[in-house]
Design a protein around this ligand. Structure first.
Ligand code: HEC
Length: 117
């Protein structure tokens, strides 16, 4: 009787350990843009605002995840984003003008700002 209770208890404790480990590793670092991000790129993009940064994020999330999973901004360097975004925007616009230069620029600035390299 006692032995069984101990085994049951051990199982519960172990299960608790494993499940809590799983949730921490599954946690995605939701990188919401902050004013600090804007400040970091102030010399690169004079007059840039947190509102524009968030607009870029929203455009990126609505326009760039249709054909493939969204890439993390940190996955590419500034130079890579400069090269890739116009190519992708052309793909998007091939079925009709969806993204004008202003919107392309917003997406690009968001990605460069959050890329951090
Ligand atoms: C119409 C479908 C489509 C949309 C929408 C799209 N992509 Fe892509 N993307 C592709 C395809 C197809 C590839 C595979 C490589 C290629 O064809 O260039 C790709 C590849 C990529 C890559 C990897 C390229 C590399 O060199 O590693 C990145 C990064 C990327 N897309 C970013 C974006 C961004 C940013 C947007 C929004 C502006 C976007 N994609 C929207 C189709 C799309």
């Amino acid at each position: 009787m006692k032995k069984r209770a101990i085994i049951a208890l051990t199982t519960i404790v172990l299960a608790g350990c494993f499940s809590s480990k799983k949730t921490t590793s599954d946690k995605k670092s939701a990188s919401s843009p902050t004013q600090e991000d804007v400040n970091r790129v102030a010399s690169k993009f004079p007059g840039y605002t947190l509102t524009e940064l968030n607009e870029g994020k929203a455009l990126y999330e609505t326009q760039c995840g249709e054909c493939h999973a969204l890439y993390r901004p940190t996955n590419k360097t500034e130079a890579e984003w400069q090269r890739i975004v116009p190519v992708m925007v052309k793909k998007i616009n091939s079925k009709g003008m969806v993204l004008n230069n202003e919107k392309q620029d917003k997406i690009l600035r968001y990605l460069i700002t959050m890329s951090g390299h």
